[in-house]
Design a protein around this ligand. Structure first.
Ligand code: GTP
Ligand code: MG
Length: 349
């Protein structure tokens, strides 16, 4: 019965590509559905969407940083500017459900919603409770952001930086923006950790507070040089204030400049393809475990196959899934035969 309620993926894709908001919402629900049939339809949906926009359009921006740094306020201000310039925006706000002060609900998007309260066709916000950590944020969020990329010019994923999620966001976004809280222990911790390697742009928010913000910006600028620095990119550190609207234009310029940098350096398509492969692997592992991956040749072989695949990776995911399932079946039927032989006494000497 449940299958009857699942949408036809190809029809849904064409409605999403036309920007029908109800279709976007229904697509996100499908991606969120863990039933086997829903997963298969999700892969078909993503494959249909990818065909149109591929690996080159839109901009996927990850915004991360410590709790209360002003990520949502900053995203709100950025949305206003983007909408002014006529760009459409989709937002996924990931809320760790373990934060009791937020009542465990999905509330991060609320501040954005309140600030941009007038109804706007060109803005779509979805709050996600980070329901479980199985597979991390990226497994759930990446396909959703991919779907939104099919119909919005800019897609923002906001996550609270709590260790692993920062690593996860690096596997989702084209451009990662870290929002720092002035004079905060979190930022110092951050600078000391290897996570400093992840962001492309640093925004020290609340610069209306004065010296504390300038000091934090200087600390970030002075911090250890990145080992994996991308040649040609300058990792800007800027002072902004979301509430008084200082530096918003500047941060948007950096965000656009980073995208142009990726395109010019021929990195955007590669980055997205590697994010896709990582997601396919994670999903297969979540669904079938290490044993399942072994049935398809093991993680290294699958990663190789995905990187060499000329076809769409979502279709490749479907093929791998079917391959693993059929090998599961043949394994279990061959073990049944062995048991029968034993019970017949034929193999017992
Ligand atoms: N003074 C000042 N306060 C700010 C600024 N930006 C945000 N705030 C305040 O900082 C607090 C947290 O802002 P949020 O935008 O909810 O921060 P967040 O990082 O999204 O918080 P979480 O999602 O809960 O982690 C709020 O009280 C904001 O009003 C700013 O530029 N200056
Ligand atoms: Mg927030």
């Amino acid at each position: 019965m449940a299958l009857l309620n699942l949408p036809d993926p190809e029809q849904l894709a064409s409605r999403i590509l036309r920007g029908v908001r109800a279709a976007v919402a229904s697509g996100l629900n499908l991606l969120d559905n863990k039933l086997a049939e829903a997963r298969s339809r999700s892969a078909r949906l993503l494959a249909s969407l990818s065909g149109e926009r591929g690996l080159k359009d839109g901009h996927l921006v990850g915004v991360t940083g410590p709790p209360g740094a002003g990520k949502s306020s900053l995203v709100s201000s950025m949305i206003r500017e983007w909408r002014h310039s006529g760009r459409t925006v989709g937002v996924l706000a990931v809320d760790p459900s373990s934060r009791p002060e937020l009542g465990g609900g999905a509330l991060l998007g609320d501040r954005i919603r309140i600030k941009n309260s007038t109804y706007d066709e060109g803005l779509f916000i979805r709050s996600l409770a980070n329901r479980n950590q199985l597979g991390g944020v990226a497994t759930e969020v990446w396909p959703m952001s991919w779907l939104m990329l099919a119909c919005f010019d800019v897609v923002v994923v906001e996550t609270v930086g709590v260790g692993q999620t920062e690593i996860d966001i690096a596997e989702i976004g084209d451009t990662i923006c870290y929002v720092a809280q002035p004079a905060s222990g979190d930022t110092i911790q951050y600078l000391k950790s290897g996570i400093i390697e992840i962001p492309d742009i640093f925004a020290v928010n609340k610069c209306d507070l004065g010296a504390a913000a300038r000091k934090t910006a200087a600390e970030i600028s002075r911090s250890a040089p990145r080992q994996d620095r991308r040649e040609g990119w300058d990792y800007p550190v800027c002072l902004v204030s979301a509430t008084t609207n200082i530096g918003i234009g500047q941060i948007l310029e950096h965000i656009d400049r980073h995208r142009s940098f990726l395109v010019t350096a021929n990195l955007l398509a590669k980055l997205r393809a590697s994010h896709q492969s990582a997601w396919v692997l994670r999903l297969l592992k979540e669904e079938f475990g290490t044993f399942g991956l072994e049935l398809a040749g093991g993680a290294a072989v699958i990663a190789q196959r995905l990187s060499e695949s000329r076809s769409n990776q979502f279709e490749e995911y479907e093929r791998l899934r079917k391959q693993i399932l059929s090998r599961f079946k043949s394994k279990s039927s061959s073990s049944t035969i062995t048991r029968k032989e034993h019970s017949n006494g034929q193999t017992i000497v």
